[in-house]
Every structure is written in C-alpha cells, then in structure tokens.
Design a protein around this ligand. Structure first.
Ligand SMILES: Cc1cc2nc3c(=O)[nH]c(=O)nc-3n(C[C@H](O)[C@H](O)[C@H](O)COP(=O)(O)O)c2cc1C
Length: 176
C-alpha cells in the first residue's frame, strides 16, 4: 500500500514538513509512506480551462499532479489552520483535479493551536464534494503534542497514528 502524506503549507518557515515526516515515520510494515510537498508540486493557481470533473487536464503540472494522486492507495492531509480555515495551497491542489479523488481514502490530521479544529471542520464538506472517503486522524495540539516550532513532545507517539493507518488500509479495497 502506498500512502501520500501531504504538507498543506508552503511558506518558507513552515513546520508542516515536520508534521508530515512524523506521520510518515510511523508507517507500519507493508506501507510505503511518501511525503507530498505542495511547494514542490508547485501547481499554478488554477490554470486549466476545462472543468476538472472532465479530467481533461492540459497544464503539465496538473497532469503530473493527477498522475501522482492516482498512484496512491490512500492519502493523509496534514492540515494547518490559517485564519480559521485550511491553507490555500491545499484548496488549490484539491480543486485542480477531480476524478482522482473519488473513493480515495483521505486521512485528516490537524496540527496547531486546538489541533487546527476550525480548518479540519472547514475541510469536511470539501472532501465530501470530491467524494473522497474521509478518515479522521489525531488532532496534534501545540503545547500537548508538539511545540509551535514543530518539535514533537515525547508522549505524542501515544496518539492514534497507527489507528489512522489501519483505518485507511481498511478503506482501500473500496477503490478497486
Ligand atoms: C497566515 C497564518 C494564519 C494563521 N491563523 C491561525 C488561526 O486562525 N488559528 C490558529 O490556531 N493558528 C493560526 N496560525 C498559526 C499556525 O497554525 C501555525 O503557525 C502553524 O505552524 C502553521 O503551519 P505551518 O508552519 O506548516 O505553516 C496562523 C499562521 C499563519 C502563518
């Protein structure tokens, strides 16, 4: 099973890569966890003409993104909270394609103050719209699980990351 772990943020001083790396480091045996850095994916800001539902992508970056997402059995979005919502690069990455999301199990892990609760809540109807299979993961909270600088606290491993991987694995057959 191959799982893509998405960093939802792209700012130079982000901690999102630490969160994604931490989740990836806990992948169980038999699971290949690959960090997906939206800064490297570098999608233009919605540059295709045809509606994504048609799957007729023309932008090379969009074509590459669609192929990459298709190559995963499941994905995990690590989600920061920006002004009460989730980061714009994640929304752009979601909106750019469509059929590739349908029936794809997507785990959601919020991180930040309050575990990025408002961002995770805002993401729910979006995942419904793209017909992804949402699987709730742990809410990683500053001061409890990690520091605002992205350093994980020692007891953070008690969180339900193994359960998230197991839940995602259980949903994968729905895709085939
Ligand atoms: C533009 C911006 C807006 C933010 N808005 C919120 C917010 O609404 N609620 C919150 O709890 N934290 C907020 N934060 C703090 C972020 O949750 C925190 O900086 C987190 O590390 C962001 O993820 P990143 O480091 O991967 O970019 C904000 C941070 C930024 C940069």
């Amino acid at each position: 099973m191959k799982i893509g772990i998405v960093i939802s943020t792209t700012r130079p001083s982000r901690i999102g890569h630490r969160v994604a790396g931490w989740i990836a480091s806990q992948a169980p045996e038999g699971v290949t966890a690959e960090v997906v850095d939206l800064a490297e994916v570098a999608l233009p800001f919605f540059a295709d003409s045809a509606h994504p539902k048609l799957g007729r992508y023309t932008e090379p970056a969009t074509i590459a993104w669609a192929e990459r997402v298709s190559g995963y059995d499941a994905m995990i979005f690590t989600v920061a909270e920006y002004n009460g919502g989730y980061p714009a690069p994640l929304k752009n990455a979601i909106d750019a394609i469509y059929p590739e999301w349908n029936d794809l199990p997507v785990g959601v892990v919020g991180y930040g103050w309050g575990g990025a609760g408002r961002a995770v809540t805002a993401l729910r109807p979006v995942l419904e719209n793209i017909k992804a299979v949402r699987v709730d993961g742990p809410a990683l909270t500053f001061g409890t699980h990690l520091t605002p600088a992205g350093e994980f606290l020692t007891d953070a491993r008690d969180l339900a990351v193994p359960a998230l991987y197991a839940d995602l694995a259980a949903r994968v057959p729905a895709r085939v």
